[in-house]
Design a protein around this ligand. Sequence first.
Ligand SMILES: C[S@@+](CC[C@H](N)C(=O)[O-])C[C@H]1O[C@@H](n2cnc3c(N)ncnc32)[C@H](O)[C@@H]1O
Length: 223
Amino acid sequence: MKLNWAERWVVNNPLRVLEQRLEIRRLKGLKPLPVDAAVLEVGCGRGAGAALLLQEFPLARVYAMDLDVRMVRQAQGYLASRREERVRLFVGDAFRLPLNPESLDAVFGFGVLHHVVDWRTALAEIARVLKPGGVYYIEELYPALYRNFLTRRLLLHPAEDRFFSHDLRRALSQADLPLQSALEVKSLGILGMAVKGGGTAGSVPLRRKRQLGAEPADDGNQG
Ligand SMILES: C[S@@+](CC[C@H](N)C(=O)[O-])C[C@H]1O[C@@H](n2cnc3c(N)ncnc32)[C@H](O)[C@@H]1O
């Protein structure tokens, strides 16, 4: 589902870039990527995330896509102004990715899945394009944040079949993308990484989890 004016303002904001930079560094700390990795960013918005990924990881290529043609046009301008030529942008839907099976080292999704009506199919599609052992880095919000009394009036999101922590964890496991490590405020949102064909969750300890109010990933724990 495309963003309305209010959320476009939220994500097209310099503070969002700062937040994303910190998140990407945190994700890199959870699991670095091989040199010359090829990655995809789903729901890339205006392209700031793709530019940050290229600064933080030793990537050969970033595919970046969004459902909204206006966002992709904005991303074209944003990346061109930074002379960034390693990004291939396209308009598309997360549940039908025009990429070969097992072709990518990682997929990044920043605040996208909760906008997707058929989010379980999108997870299956992300798993399809990842190589075995490939990483899905995820930043997601839960309904308490984006469908509360205030935000349901201001923002536009699908209303049916929304996911909370335990739904997301279960669906990730079902898509063969078990969550390996996460920083999570259970009712609000998650920053974490899942590995295709990965082992049991919670194998990577999080430093400072107490200070940040975060919990390590666990298997099927209810939110
Ligand atoms: C909250 S914005 C996040 C944008 C950017 N990732 C960021 O963090 O600033 C969600 C983005 O996902 C896109 N989106 C929504 N549904 C989508 C889908 N089914 N497939 C691909 N992109 C989608 C929206 O157009 C929007 O640009």
